[in-house]
Design a protein around this ligand. Sequence first.
Ligand code: GLN
Length: 487
Amino acid sequence: MSWNTFATVAETKKALDAKQVSATELATHYLDRAHALQPALNAYITLDREKTLAEAKIADNKLAKGDAAPLLGVPIAHKDIYLIDGWKTTCGSKMLENFIAPYTSTVVKNMADAGMVTLGKLNMDEFAMGSSNETSHFGSVKNPWDLTRVPGGSSGGSAASVAAGLAPASTGTDTGGSIRQPAMFCNLTGLKPTYGVCSRYGIIAFASSLDQAGPFARTAEDCALLLTAMAGFDPNDSTSLDRPKENYSRDLAKPLGGLRIGLPKEFFGEGVAPGIAKAVDEALAVYRKLGATTVEVSLPNVKYSVPAYYVVAPAEASSNLSRFDGVRYGHRAAEYTDLMDMYKRSRAEGFGAEVKRRILIGTYVLSHGYYDAYYLQAQKLRRLIAHDFKKAYEVCDVVMGPTAPEGAFQFGSKSDDPVKMYLNDIFTICANLTGQPAMSHPCGIDKDTGQFVGMHVIGNYLDEARMLNVAHQYQLATDWHTRHPVL
Ligand code: GLN
């Protein structure tokens, strides 16, 4: 069998339905490639050929019977933050190095119900904290376009695996930009849905009021297919939105005539690499050609996004991560004197430096006497930022700008300066603070650095179908998204 390893999900499904390829052949192809490129890329934490081929066999049997599950037989790899029954689930941490999940997260279950075959578990920053995949206990993931550069984070393995053709698609999670920024760095399309659209049940919690699951793929068309499978109400997640299931592909073909694109002046100011600003401008010219109009908007409070995020996210993380105590889950120190000493040593040994930094910050801002000064203030800022967007949507349908202020950077170039690293998320974080849907699609190259540029599309609540339509129409008119690395 010869298989185009860079085929889209839509193409893969067509080939399966036409019996040009079987689910087993596909699974074998991607597993072989994942193994072959693991030493160079380190994209996976766990591959389990037996489990994957067993799923593929079931899919083939169903395909033979004409089962109509929408993505039956299409392989997918999952970020190692998703619990899958019987699979090791590490969250990129020594703390969970040997943890075998006792049940399956709703998103993975939904994708399995749609017929998708699990290829393996993908490398990530420890507990999803990071923008470069350099904090993983299992070593950093390399950007398949340039092995000296980071793939982005925290879903670095999710981005690298799809970019390198080790999987047709993957799942990620996005708390402050962890789907969109790596999508930009690896020239992929990635989407963070409206908060509550995808269930968080069975996803290891980082910052519960910000975390959302979402897909990585080559195209907006694929993201629509994947999101349709992933999303849906789940009584096991108290913040899951109770609403009917949606078909996110329904509006893909709509022309863009009349679309109003809001351009916040705050997203085009200093700090954006000139090569990125230029690529985004050129992409906006394409959008105008497709019939869209652009209008300047202002988001005056968006400048507080990073400081607000670095209060809220560590605060919630410090609470969520208190469950890792060496008793109920995870690593337990081999030697200790008493119970308190056992907690302390287990946590000191099990967590890496960035996770410890967040726990310390979070515990501090939540402590008595500081709560009002930090956490409460940050929550108020979230409301103000949401209000800015609400006003913007009076004159526009979507908001656009660059996904990140600079492209894929060299390993080590930011890892000793946390604030520098945090500023990489300056454009993406606002959508997590407000809960709005946001995506990144390939839109060119920064000619000064040779790195990919992503267009960040932010939409109003539950406007995913429109955003996917917007990105799809752009992709019909351009070919940035069709490029892939030679490996
Ligand atoms: N880079 C951000 C952080 O370190 C966002 C991470 C994420 O979205 N999971 O917190």
